[in-house]
Design a protein around this ligand. Structure first.
Ligand SMILES: NC(=O)c1ccc[n+]([C@@H]2O[C@H](COP(=O)([O-])OP(=O)(O)OC[C@H]3O[C@@H](n4cnc5c(N)ncnc54)[C@H](OP(=O)(O)O)[C@@H]3O)[C@@H](O)[C@H]2O)c1
Length: 387
């Protein structure tokens, strides 16, 4: 395999960065393909794009298969730009390395190796053994990793990527002193949260939120305002909505809650509490134990979500207690904060249950990676800074 930088590309290959970027954009157009990575593919012959493909969901054709199918015999001698190393194993579909070889593709250009043990390097090796030229465009590795952070987290760290959503007033409050919190943010922010849920493998909350708000935590496409973009709408994996997860040490979740009444699977992690007969009898509810202490332990929950449920991305939508616990445990990979331009007063409820920070050196600090105005609200995306 050859490694090339953009600056080293021969003049005949000067359009390669455009094709590689397009393959990455196609992958990104899908909200989630969990448990699989998001992958895009562009087939080019004689400098012309002859077909494109993307992997829309587990069980659906892989990006390479979709592009090869669309190209037909024109794929012979083509250059395939794929946003991840082609797979080499038999999963729900056949190996893409074999399909590329059989189609007579001359060159496969990738930005990164797939770290999944079933693939890692094997796809590259199979292609090379069959005489297909394999080229790694190293300058695209970061962009290619960025679209699969959840998948990479599960495969490389054994736990899902954790994104935490918080909504607050300008003075950092999440409810009035009487508990009223509907609604802090505008419709546009709530629509955005629906997209976040749809791009997650699991939506996780605490028993405090279940008891206070009785949320359903479902994905509701009709609230997403996506009608103008059918492509993205189709990319919603409605057959496989995110798992809804509650951390509930003493199994206090009411069997009649909206969470359990809504269609879809619910997973409740407890600290070995005995369930009520009603809860134990629910078909859509699975009860798990996480850790051996009086309270549910966060690390075992995340390990279980990765290893038993193949979750790539978990969205935490919880109250101040559980959100603070995730932050204290350094288990948050990204914060998404919706700030409403209103004041709820100092007797309102605080965003996070964090106490006892004594020095500025000890204040948890974040890097702002994006700010966006959504109607009247502002959405911040932040990464925790490691000291
Ligand atoms: N603004 C927002 O973005 C937003 C989002 C969601 C909720 N809320 C608000 O949050 C309020 C509820 O707050 P809350 O703090 O009571 O709810 P919470 O954070 O959702 O749930 C807290 C509960 O989670 C359980 N838990 C299980 N394992 C835990 C662990 N390892 N660490 C910490 N907690 C664990 C604990 O009860 P057990 O030990 O008994 O299991 C704990 O009391 C509601 O008023 C709701 O409106 C706001």
């Amino acid at each position: 395999m050859e490694y090339v930088r953009n600056s080293d590309l021969k003049p005949a290959c000067s359009d390669w960065p455009v094709h590689m970027q397009r393959a990455i954009d196609l992958a990104e157009s899908v909200l989630t393909a969990c448990p699989n990575p998001r992958v895009g593919c562009v087939l080019v012959r004689g400098g012309q794009v002859i077909s494109e493909g993307w992997h829309s969901a587990a069980g659906a054709p892989h990006a390479e298969a979709m592009a090869l199918e669309a190209a037909g015999p024109a794929a012979r001698e083509a250059v395939a730009f794929v946003s991840l190393e082609p797979c080499a194993h038999h999963g729900k579909t056949g190996p893409c390395s074999e399909a590329l070889i059989a189609a007579g593709v001359a060159t496969v250009v990738i930005p990164m190796q797939d770290p999944h043990p079933a693939v890692s390097g094997k796809g590259i090796a199979q292609l090379a053994e069959a005489g297909v030229e394999v080229i790694m465009m190293v300058d695209f590795e970061d962009a290619a990793r960025a679209i699969n952070l959840g998948f990479l987290s599960r495969v490389e760290r054994g736990r899902p990527r954790v994104r935490m959503k918080l909504a607050m007033s300008l003075d950092g409050r999440t409810a009035l002193s009487n508990g009223d919190s509907k609604w802090i943010t505008d419709v546009a922010s709530r629509r955005d949260v629906q997209l976040l849920r749809a791009s997650s493998s699991a939506v996780l909350t605490g028993i405090g939120t279940v008891l206070a708000d009785d949320p359903s935590l479902t994905v509701r496409p009709e609230e997403m305002g996506l009608s103008a973009d059918q492509r993205q709408y189709n990319a919603l994996n409605l057959q496989n909505p995110p798992l809804r997860v509650v951390l509930d040490s003493a199994l206090r979740t009411p069997a009649q809650s909206n969470l359990l009444a809504a269609a879809g699977r619910v997973l409740i992690y407890s600290a070995a509490a005995a369930p009520s007969a009603e809860l134990a009898g629910l078909e859509n509810c699975e009860l798990k134990v996480a850790g051996n202490e009086a309270r549910v332990q966060l690390h075992p929950v995340l390990e279980s979500l990765a290893s038993e449920y193949y979750c790539n991305d978990v969205l935490v939508e919880a109250g101040p207690t559980l959100c603070a616990a995730f932050l204290r445990s350094n288990l948050v990979d990204e914060l998404i904060v919706y700030v409403a331009p209103k004041l709820m007063g100092s007797d309102g409820k605080a965003l996070l249950d964090l106490h006892g920070i004594q020095t500025m050196a000890d204040t948890p600090t974040f890097e702002v990676i994006e700010t966006q105005q959504l109607e009247r609200d502002v959405r911040l995306r932040l990464l925790p800074q490691v000291n």
